[in-house]
Write a new protein. Structure first.
Lengths: 283, 309
């Protein structure tokens, strides 16, 4: 009948443990949540509320004027179009050359090529910019979107190749070998056997390449003219010219990062798999 | 007798197969050609060209002339450059240690089961994917000394307002805070991957032996996680050295030159002062620092692995 003290104590300990866990989760999650919520709040408030002290947190009433201002003013739609062209272009080219390359490197076990890709990934973006900037001037490509697409390949090709190497290395070789024994060419084995199996890897490569390109700031900032600015550059310029117009600035910032945030929500699994691939395997 | 020949024959056949496989591997090179062309054009060409350019005196608008190692000599005597190196190391040290410590803690928490864990984890990793420029702008507004929300939050706890990025002494720690916010999630993901791969047996044994939770963490979890933490340290070091967007958008190296890291110094020389030759020399030195640190960390990781074994 006499229950040991340990059992009676356990519920209390469990509760304390739960509370501790809840506090820890709150500690880690709230900074992330608060910055995005504050961005949303700023974008939905009037300018008077935005610079009120103490701050107004809940927009009352919420207004869409800031978003309207973003779309009416300057060239937001064209800049959005520029960003779309650049990101899709750089991602498309990266997949086109990166998928076969990943396959070839995995098949040849060419670790040296993999190291080159790794070095390319750790080189600061700025260091590519000086030579390419001069090159584009000589060739006369300035004023078009081409220089931006081409420099974004510096980001998208290594990540695509890197993800695909890992993915093709993980595929069982038996199926392709069977196809080769049956008289298929190497190309056919790649096209009809390996490629369909690699679809999840291609998804990961596509998402990461797209996000890297979409988020990139420095290449377009140096290379773009008035007509060819991408969204991150355009939003940064808004800060320089209207120091205290926080509403439209937040609305624009929100619109720029929205596609990526949505993509993260939808494809979290693929993103996590792609980003941790090299690291976890390297361990 | 026949047994031995069989074994030899088998061995020969196996070696044959291996040789054929290796010979066969060579047929795959055409797959790599398109990517190789792209990599040569946009990655390897700039590397080589940069080295050549670093030997030139080359200001856009005026001419170009070969000056040998003069740019490097100038770097040796350029105090602004030396300060930018020190600042970069200061920034990097903080921007590696803090995210790694917090990231490991976050991974231990997200490794446990609790309601809404998936949602909490998704929100937690959002900063890592969000467009850095967009987020940096929001931080800039939050740092405003009079109207910013951060000083209001401090005031609620009775803490005097901070100048954040507007004061030389607080600017780098403040920028580190943004960097921590951005990249702790990546460390968490890397370590979480490690936690998922840990064996169960040692914990059961420890439990039977009466180990406390802390002892199990200190003597089992931490050593087993060490390789994953090391990978996180390497990735963080490289990314922190390369940090640009956040710093440029929020402070552009200011106030004065208080947050001018190597990357910002490099940017200003190349695209504000158009000293292409001098900037190229900076690139070469910067690149050497990054590769050097990366190799050092990789080497210590190998040492570490041997020590654990």
């Amino acid at each position: 009948m006499s229950a040991p003290a340990g059992i009676r104590r356990r519920p209390l300990r469990k509760i304390l443990d739960r509370i501790g866990l809840a506090i820890a989760v709150f500690f880690f999650v709230s900074p992330a949540a608060l910055v995005f919520l504050w961005m949303l709040s700023l974008s939905l408030k009037t300018e008077i509320d935005n610079i009120a002290y103490p701050p107004v947190f809940i927009p009352n009433p919420p207004t869409l004027d800031n978003f309207r201002a973003v779309f009416e003013r300057n060239d937001f739609l064209r800049q959005a179009w520029n960003s779309i062209v650049v990101s899709f272009g750089a991602t498309g080219i990266a997949l086109l050359v990166g998928i076969p390359a990943g396959y070839g490197i995995a098949k040849m076990r060419a670790t040296k090529a993999a190291v080159l890709i790794l070095i390319a990934r750790i080189t600061p973006g700025l260091s590519y910019l000086i030579p390419l900037f001069l090159l584009f001037q000589w060739v006369g490509l300035t004023g078009t979107l081409w220089p931006i697409v081409i420099t974004h390949l510096v980001l998208t090709v290594p990540i695509a190749v890197w993800v695909m190497i890992g993915f093709f290395e993980g595929l069982p070789a038996e199926l392709e070998e069977a196809a080769l024994v049956d008289g298929a060419t190497i190309w056919q084995a790649f096209r009809h056997v390996a490629l369909p199996l690699a679809r999840p890897g291609i998804t990961v490569a596509t998402i990461l390449a797209f996000i890297f390109s979409w988020n990139n700031f420095i290449f377009a900032m140096v290379l773009a003219g008035r007509e060819t600015r991408t969204l991150p550059v355009a939003v940064n310029n808004m800060l320089t010219f209207e120091q205290i117009a926080w509403g439209p600035l937040s609305a624009a910032a929100l619109l720029v990062t929205l596609p990526v945030v949505v993509l993260t929500l939808v494809a979290q699994k693929q993103i996590v798999a792609g980003l941790t691939q090299g690291g976890v395997k390297g361990a | 007798m026949s047994g031995m020949t069989d074994a030899a024959a088998l061995q020969g056949a196996a070696a044959d197969a291996a040789r054929r496989k290796r010979a066969y591997a060579r047929h795959y090179w055409p797959f790599v050609v398109p990517a190789a062309i792209v990599v040569l054009a946009v990655i390897v060409f700039p590397w080589v060209f940069t080295i050549w350019m670093s030997l030139q005196e080359w200001k856009i608008g005026s001419g170009r002339s070969y000056v040998g190692l003069a740019n490097y000599e100038r770097l040796l005597n350029d105090e602004r450059f030396h300060w930018s190196i020190l600042r970069t190391l200061y920034f990097t040290a903080l921007a590696v240690v803090i995210p790694v410590v917090l990231g490991v803690a976050a991974a231990l928490i997200f490794h446990r089961r609790f309601p809404l864990r998936g949602l909490a984890r998704t929100i937690f990793i959002l900063p890592m994917m969000a467009t850095p420029v967009a987020v940096a702008l929001v931080w800039t507004m939050m740092f405003h000394p009079q109207l910013g929300v951060l000083n209001w939050i401090l005031s609620q706890f009775g803490i005097p307002p901070s100048m954040w990025v507007y004061d030389q002494s607080t600017v780098i720690p403040t920028l580190v805070m943004v960097e921590v916010w951005h990249w702790t999630p990546l460390v968490m993901l890397l370590v979480l991957g490690g936690l998922a791969s840990l064996p169960v047996d040692p914990y059961e044994a420890a439990k039977i032996d009466g180990a406390t939770g802390w002892q199990a963490f200190r003597y089992i979890t931490l050593p087993l996680l060490a390789p994953f933490i090391m990978v996180a340290v390497i990735i963080r070091t490289i990314d922190a050295l390369k940090a640009f967007d956040t710093i440029y958008v929020i402070t552009q190296g200011g106030p004065g030159t208080a947050s001018e890291t190597i990357n910002i110094f490099l940017y200003l020389n190349a695209f504000a002062y158009y000293n292409m030759g001098y900037a190229s020399a900076v690139v070469v030195v910067f690149f050497t620092i990054i590769i050097g640190l990366a190799l050092l960390l990789l080497w210590s990781r190998e040492r570490f692995k041997d020590a654990v074994r």
